[in-house]
Design a protein. Sequence first.
Length: 209
Amino acid sequence: MSKVVVFDHPLIQHKLAIMRDKNTGVKEFRELLEEISMLMIFEVTRDLETEEVEVETPITTCKCRKLAGRKLAVVPILRAGLGMVDGVINMVPAAKVGHIGLYRDPETLEPVEYYCKLPADCTEREIVVVDPMLATGGSASAAIRFIKQRGCSHIRLVNLIAAPEGVQRMQEDHPDVDIFIAALDDHLNEHGYIVPGLGDAGDRLFGTK
């Protein structure tokens, strides 16, 4: 079973409280999402492999540690996931960026991939899939399935807010994918929105409602 990590850092919780407020405007919402993403990726990457190197300082030489092994790729689930990309690459500038877009078939209700562009060397990278909300888990599960079909096997999911239903769906469908979230909320309402949540993250991020 995958692990679920809930970040309780005071800075993350403070910024998330402002994002939840219905009176927070687009500009501030967008800035806060980027800031929280920076804080979260700091912990998401805690177990990345490092190697010892020798560095010459202005005073002498010393043993230091640098990243080694697999590099990172961040893959936002369109469209709201785009709001988390800058925060990640601000912390990991060498990370490559892919994109994946899904829509729900009105007849089958199954997620359908309409766009997927991943780095050419994605199979050799740690894939960090980002999306602010993990509600039913349907889109995240499908996105990760499509990414796996391209040969990727080292995948992590990072969300701002999750519902228990979404976490359960992800753990059932992808027990090998760890989940990192800033808050685990109470439940989904009859419209599929997370309660208490923050509304539609995409609309609030891009000002489309």
